[in-house]
Write a protein that binds this ligand. Structure first.
Ligand code: 8YV
Length: 321
């Protein structure tokens, strides 16, 4: 090991983060911000004590098996860790960390943005203004749905879910939620807990997914679950596309059973889903939930805090494996 631990950074990080990183570490940077293949990740890891990846690099069991012994920690620049096979990494003795808390506000802001965008038909209106097709106005023109005073169901009441609930209360929304465990009353802030999805889905005017992808939640939002929603529900997903059966979602949006969807995440990223894009009642963003300067800096610093702790011989604060 060189005097300074060496860190392989898979993507281009904010300048302030790189400046701090370079003070404490020998770095292998990707200033072109190209997406590395698995072979390139393995090759660049050959001299690395640590890897600092994003969710765009998939640490499958196969890739993890090929990582050299020198790699001691994967310090993610993300809160989600579904791109990492945590069992494979742990079995190899590699510590894994994430960046919780610091992106909760940004992701909740994005959930409100896509919720309002879907409810108020913002995508249709925006396109009309750009292609010059706005030719008339009437009381029946572009009528959407109010969210003020409606019931918001949140699936996954972790940090982002709680922050979204706080934002939605600003619109006088009633919050109901499903979570593995009930929150304490001070965190619930009046939100009503259900220990069963079956009880939440039919009661929502707006449903928001805010849970991680696990073996249990992958693809859970399927035709059967969608049919449990009351007709006209607005659907919001800023968590992960893999939670959703997108073909079933497209069918429900076409039939009007789901009135509109506001999405920031897709099964296929980058790229998204062209069937969803072809529908007028979708408001779609390209996975930019945490994309503001303040948050991206904070995510980088949080990843560095984890690296610093690990290489100082202390337990990293955000260890997930
Ligand atoms: C990040 C995210 O932009 O942190 C997460 O889990 O989904 C995003 O907001 C991305 O993961 C960065 O790697």
């Amino acid at each position: 090991m060189s005097a300074k631990p060496s860190v392989f950074v898979t993507r281009k990080l904010p300048d302030a983060v790189l400046a701090r990183l370079e003070k404490g570490y020998t770095v292998d940077l990707n200033l072109d911000d190209r997406l590395y293949s698995s072979d390139e990740i393995v090759e660049r890891a050959q001299n690395a004590d640590a890897i600092l990846p994003c969710h765009t690099e998939h640490f499958t069991a196969e890739l993890v098996a090929r990582l050299p012994e020198c790699v001691k920690i994967v310090a993610n620049f993300s809160v989600g860790v579904d791109h990492c096979d945590l069992n494979a990494l742990a079995a190899k003795g590699i510590v894994v960390t994430n960046t919780p808390d610091v992106l909760s506000d940004a992701t909740a802001e994005t959930a409100m943005l896509v919720m309002l965008g879907a409810a108020r038909r913002a995508s249709e209106g925006e396109r009309m203004m750009r292609d010059g097709s706005w030719k008339s106005w009437s009381p029946a023109f572009m009528v959407g749905t109010a969210i003020t005073g409606k019931t918001l169901g949140i699936i996954g009441m972790g940090r982002v879910g709680q922050t979204l609930a706080r934002c939605a209360r600003g619109f006088e929304m009633d919050i109901i939620y499903y979570n593995r465990t009930r929150l304490s009353p001070d965190l619930e802030q009046g939100a009503v807990y259900y220990d069963n999805l079956d009880d939440v889905l039919p009661k929502c005017d707006v449903l928001s997914l805010n849970c991680p992808v696990t073996d249990e939640t992958r693809g859970f939002f399927n035709e059967e679950r969608i049919n449990q929603l009351s007709p006209g529900t607005i659907f919001v997903n800023t968590a992960r596309g893999a939670l959703v059966d997108e073909a079933a979602l497209v069918a429900a949006l076409k039939s009007g059973h789901i009135a509109a969807a506001g999405l920031d995440v897709y099964i296929n990223e980058p790229g998204g889903n062209l069937d969803l894009a072809a529908l007028p009642n979708t408001f779609l963003l390209p996975h930019i939930g945490s994309a503001n300067k303040e948050t991206r800096d904070a995510m980088g610093f949080r990843a560095l805090d984890n690296l610093d702790a690990y290489f100082a011989g202390n337990p990293p604060g955000d260890r997930v494996a």
